[in-house]
Structures are given as structure tokens and as C-alpha cells.
Write a protein that binds this ligand. Structure first.
Ligand code: EZ4
Ligand code: CO
Length: 402
């Protein structure tokens, strides 16, 4: 069997997605997600111009060798654009391997380690009372874990908070929206939110909060300490993570668990965080961290150091990525939690899939391969629309992390 053709499909069914479809000379094909929010066309060009010509004629069964070829062969290693492109190839090849074997991909990864994949939903609202209603809705649907975000009194808009239900869309304009940030307002407000949530929902519901990289290590230490009475499952991305050793400082001060890694592209981005046990959950994903092959490597390293998986699963990760993530989540020994933000009906129609939500769990499809497809005719009806993630400034106008 040989790779005969590979197509890059860009579509915008309510938001942009980039998908790679690899077709073999025997007619079997596989799909891989290549979406990098706000930088979609960079990955599309990387694939079309540089990767696709090198794939034609290769044996699609050689997943590991093709991964190494694309990673080492490019000379320019790592980085989100490169690793997202490699991820798309890798994911599509696993899909093909599953279809050829007649098995769902999780069976090729060692089989099931659990009955279902525990997911968390996003409760976000402008004020505390409305967020309580959102949380109740998730509990009623059977969710065991909910991420809680609210607006901050004194700030006009906050990343990660919108009026949409079940999902929010941060990439909202071609030229980035600008938010204004105040750590003082934020640190004062967040513990009050969780005090109210625990009072209402009791001790067992898993609660999470995403800081979106907006604090310094000492500020994050204070936040973690002030949230200890409400025993969060995790505090996410408390600080930007280029400086991995910065997490030592947070760790010394608080027992609030830490989750990091949705923006990481490779094992090298989290090596120190994992081996020094500076985090509790690693949030790397199939699409942004080199596909199933490389993500499994990260999770295996994490397993040695008591770190569990907590993969990113916002709406900019397509149903193709979600399908792939579920096969990995189901099979690894150190699964923690999977983020699950529902896609819109339009997105679901472009990407028909067999995974399903039931009682707080997602279950991958039992079909051979990943159990997800792309309807190319429908996809062609939704042309690309430029959309950027917002930027964040301090009240005096200084650029801040988002
Ligand atoms: O900011 O997916 O935990 N989830 C998140 C997401 C990310 C977006 C970036 O594309 O932080 O909302
Ligand atoms: Co996040």
C-alpha cells in the first residue's frame, strides 16, 4: 500500500478548521486535524508546500518512521506550526492503520484501560449567580467535572467568558480584540466565586479553573493558597510556561493541583515540569503536540512522575482531534481528565463522528480507525474567515500575556 494523494481542507463551519486527508492507492483513507487557532493558513501552507510532496509514494503503515522523517528531516525542529502539521499526518496514518486492521485505534494502543473517558464542561458567565445555573445544567447532564470562569467586577471583558452556552469562541475578530487586565481585581474575586460554588454544590463535584497564563509565580502561589479550602481538581496555566523552573515557586506554597500544557508542541516543553513533579496534569493534545505517536510519549514520561493527562479539548480542536484524543485517553494508564467543549451543529455536520457522550463520559467510536470523517462537499460551502485570538493589556496599556 502506498500514499497516493494528500489533501488539505480548510473550512469554516462557524469557526476555522484545517484537516489533512491522506488517500492510499487502495482507496483506504485517513484524516488528521491540523487546526492552529488564529494561524490556520500557516499550517495549511506548511502541509501543502512542504509535507504533502514528501508523503506521496510512502508506505502509510510506517507511522513511526514517517514521524521521525518529518521531525528530524526538516532540520527546523519543534514549534507549533511544524508540530501541528506532523500531528495531522500522524493522526491520519493511525486512522488508516485502524481501518486496514479492522480495529478501533484504541485497540492498537493496547486496548481499554477504563470504561469511559471522564470529561469536564465549561461553565462561564458574567456573574456568580448565573454561573451557578450553568453548573447545574452540567450536573443535570451527568458531568462529574466543571470548569468555572466568571467576569471580574471592575473589568469590562475577560478571556474565557462569554454569553454563549456550552462553548465560547475566543477568536472573534480578524484583528485581535483587546482585553484589559487587573491582577488585583482578579485575585480578590476568584476565591469568592469558588466559596459560593462549593456552598451550592457540596464537596464532591470536581471543579477546575483556568488562569490563562495571566499571573506571575508569586501571584499564582497566592491564588493557589486562597483556593485551597475549595479543593479544586486543578488550577490551569497559572503563569506563562516558557520558564519551567518558575513553577518551583508556586509548588513550594500551595497544594492546589496544577495543569499546564495546552500551548506546548513537544515533550521538550514539559520535560522539567514533569520530571521535577512541578505539575499534576499535562494538557498537551494530539493536534498541537505531534499526534498520537508523540503525545503517547509525553504521557508515558508523565506516568513515571505521577503526572496525569488532562488534554485540551476546546472548540478549535476539531472533532477529528477529539476522536483521536478519546482513543488515547481510553488506553493510557495515567489518564486524568479530558476537556470537552461541544462543537456547533454545523461543525458536527461537516465532521460526522461516532463518539458519544453519556453520563459524564465520552466513548470513542467502535468503528475501525478513528471513527470520524469529513464531508468535503459540505466543508466547501464554508470558506475560511480570518479570526485571531485576543490580546491582553494592563490598565495602563502595557501588553500582558493573555
Ligand atoms: O484558550 O482553545 O482550556 N482551554 C482554553 C482554550 C484556549 C483556546 C485557544 O485556541 O484555554 O479556550
Ligand atoms: Co486553557
Amino acid at each position: 500500500m502506498k500514499i497516493a494523494e494528500a489533501r488539505v481542507i480548510v473550512t469554516c463551519p462557524d469557526r476555522n478548521f484545517v484537516t489533512l486527508k491522506i488517500v492510499t492507492d487502495e482507496g483506504v483513507y485517513g484524516v488528521g486535524d491540523a487546526t492552529l487557532n488564529g494561524r490556520e493558513l500557516a499550517v495549511a501552507a506548511y502541509l501543502t508546500e512542504h509535507v504533502v510532496p514528501q508523503l506521496i509514494g510512502r508506505d502509510p503503515a510506517r507511522i513511526e518512521d514517517i514521524w521521525q522523517y518529518l521531525y528530524k528531516g526538516a532540520y527546523w525542529r519543534r514549534g507549533p506550526v511544524t508540530m501541528t502539521a506532523i500531528a495531522a499526518v500522524d493522526t491520519a496514518l493511525w486512522d488508516i492503520k485502524g481501518k486496514v486492521a479492522g480495529l478501533p485505534v484504541y485497540q492498537l494502543l493496547g486496548g481499554r484501560s477504563r470504561e469511559g473517558v471522564t470529561v469536564y464542561g465549561h461553565a462561564n458567565a458574567l456573574d456568580v449567580e448565573s454561573v451557578l445555573t450553568e453548573i447545574s445544567d452540567y450536573v443535570a447532564l451527568g458531568y462529574r467535572a466543571v470548569r468555572v470562569q466568571t467576569g471580574i467586577p471592575g473589568l469590562e471583558s475577560t478571556y474565557g467568558v462569554s454569553k454563549d452556552r456550552m462553548f465560547y469562541e475566543p477568536a472573534d475578530a480578524a484583528i485581535p480584540t483587546e482585553n484589559v487586565w487587573s491582577t488585583a481585581h482578579y485575585l480578590d474575586h476568584v476565591p469568592q466565586v469558588f466559596a459560593r460554588v462549593r456552598e451550592e454544590f457540596g464537596p464532591t463535584l470536581k471543579l477546575l479553573h483556568d488562569v490563562h497564563h495571566r499571573l506571575t509565580p508569586i501571584e499564582a502561589a497566592r491564588l493557589g493558597k486562597s483556593l485551597e479550602p475549595y479543593h479544586l481538581t486543578w488550577m490551569e496555566d497559572p503563569v506563562p510556561a516558557e520558564l519551567q523552573e518558575g513553577f518551583r515557586l508556586i509548588r513550594q506554597h500551595t497544594t492546589t493541583p496544577i495543569a499546564v500544557g495546552e500551548v506546548f508542541s513537544s515533550i521538550w516543553d514539559c520535560q522539567q515540569l514533569i520530571t521535577e513533579q512541578l505539575i499534576d496534569y499535562i494538557r498537551t493534545t494530539v493536534v498541537h503536540a505531534g499526534g498520537i505517536t508523540h503525545l503517547r510519549r509525553i504521557f508515558d514520561l508523565a506516568n513515571l512522575y505521577h503526572v496525569r493527562s488532562g488534554s485540551h479539548g476546546a472548540t478549535d480542536l476539531s472533532p477529528v482531534c477529539m476522536a483521536a484524543a478519546l482513543h488515547l485517553d481510553l488506553s493510557i494508564p495515567n489518564f486524568g481528565l479530558q476537556e470537552y467543549m461541544r462543537h456547533t451543529e454545523r461543525t458536527d455536520a461537516v465532521f460526522p463522528h461516532g463518539y458519544r457522550f453519556e453520563g459524564g463520559y465520552l466513548h470513542p467510536s467502535e468503528e475501525p480507525g478513528l471513527g470520524v470523517d469529513i464531508d468535503e462537499e459540505l466543508a466547501a460551502r464554508y470558506p475560511y474567515r480570518a479570526a485571531s485570538l485576543p490580546v491582553n493589556r494592563l490598565q495602563d496599556g502595557t501588553m500582558h500575556s493573555w
